[in-house]
Ligand binder design. Sequence first.
Ligand SMILES: *[C@@H]1O[C@H](CO)[C@@H](O)[C@H](O)[C@H]1NC(C)=O
Length: 107
Amino acid sequence: MKLNIHLMFLLLVTIIGVCNAAVAFEILYPDPDHPNSCVTLDSKRKSLIIPVGEKRPAPLGSCYELECNKAEGGNFNLVKTTCGKAVINGKVVEENKSVLYPQCCQG
Ligand SMILES: *[C@@H]1O[C@H](CO)[C@@H](O)[C@H](O)[C@H]1NC(C)=O
């Protein structure tokens, strides 16, 4: 049952990814100093702590969002969502780096 939910989530993310965004995954090992959180570095090499189930936009100047999920074996799955190469009304979407994700995708 737990596995089924996980697979459904992956499928959903894949469908969303194909439609309007590029999605990447990264498996993170648990950090004893920050239980139940994804600990990573942002694009400015600052450490970024995201509790499980929450999302954080990248710092200003980068156009993506990070979401932390539980993974198998007590690890964490960091999901990175970017605008992708979407085409709206025949025009390639450009990133507006002066606003945070997802607003930056409409630039
Ligand atoms: C980017 O977003 C800012 C803030 O909303 C806006 O002032 C600016 O005009 C936008 N730039 C482009 C190229 O759309």
